[in-house]
Design a protein around this ligand. Structure first.
Ligand SMILES: [Zn+2]
Ligand SMILES: [Zn+2]
Length: 273
């Protein structure tokens, strides 16, 4: 229910992701690129060919209390013009952020340019994100792994971290609802903010991603209970980003998976089917 393609910062094209989903025994695959729906129409077509049901999705970046909060949206009408315009302005903020991070790295004495970062995207006009910057840092020998790049420079509060003003999680939710989609909070265990979850639930949040590769067993239990308490749909996602230098970044497709009944429930809640 949660994967990234070359349309954002994944390294697999939609076609490659679908083939891997099939190989890993999945019957459906949620594609949720950061702030873009560019992969969806071709993925749905390819899914039909390969016998994999594609769940059209999005992962919108927002900020609350200085923290990055990701809101997943399922079954959005991805051809909706106003939705696409709003996504475009979110992508502009994303580019501004990349620029700020690169400037901070230069200030730290690391010679890196925006052109080098952009060259890491395999598709024209693909969304650039921190994993692309991490790749360049690895290539230059500044760090020895993607994880180290995040731990030392790119993660929240680290040396080159930057976060320009962005929309709030509630605004992200409203965007998804206006496009007919179903809002689900991504990886709540990474924020550790129950008040935020409760606030969004009161505003109409429909589900939370209980199962995620970065969640501990305790996180899963905790958010499973929260979902029960508020009657939320429990989703699971591998957050697959493809492979970088032979390593799977986040989880492999199917590492965290859910049942087809959950997919059906989300679909039922969506305006456009
Ligand atoms: Zn996320
Ligand atoms: Zn993600």
């Amino acid at each position: 229910m949660h994967s990234h393609t070359t349309a954002s910062d994944g390294t697999f094209t939609p076609i490659e992701s679908i083939a891997r989903a099939r190989k890993n025994g999945l019957s459906a695959l949620g594609i949720t690129d950061h702030d873009t729906v560019a992969a969806l129409s071709s993925a749905i077509e390819e899914g039909k060919k390969q016998g994999i049901e594609i769940v059209p999705g999005i992962e919108i970046s927002s900020v609350h209390d200085g923290k990055d909060i990701h809101v997943l949206g399922y079954y959005i009408d991805y051809s909706d013009e106003s939705f696409n315009q709003q996504l475009e302005s979110l992508r502009n903020v994303r580019n501004q952020r990349n620029q700020m991070i690169v400037e901070k790295l230069v200030e730290l004495g690391i010679p890196i340019t925006m052109e080098e970062v952009k060259s890491r995207s395999t598709v024209k006009k693909g969304n650039i994100g921190r994993p692309h910057i991490a790749e360049v840092l690895m290539e230059k020998g500044v760090v020895s792994s993607i994880q180290e790049a995040f731990d030392q420079y790119l993660g929240q509060g680290k040396a080159a971290y930057a976060n320009p003003p962005r929309i709030t999680p509630l605004e992200a939710m409203r965007m998804i609802e206006e496009a007919g989609g179903v809002p689900v909070l991504a990886h709540p265990g990474l924020y550790d903010d129950v008040e935020l979850v409760e606030h969004l639930v009161a505003e109409g949040l429909k589900g939370i991603e209980v199962f995620h590769p970065d969640h501990s067993e305790a996180d899963e239990k905790f958010y499973n209970d929260i979902a029960d308490r508020y009657g939320l749909i429990k989703t699971a996602g591998s957050d697959f980003h493809g492979m970088r230098n032979g390593e799977i970044f986040h989880g492999d497709l199917g590492e965290k998976s859910t049942t087809i009944e959950i997919v059906a429930r989300l679909k039922k809640l969506a305006r456009v089917q």
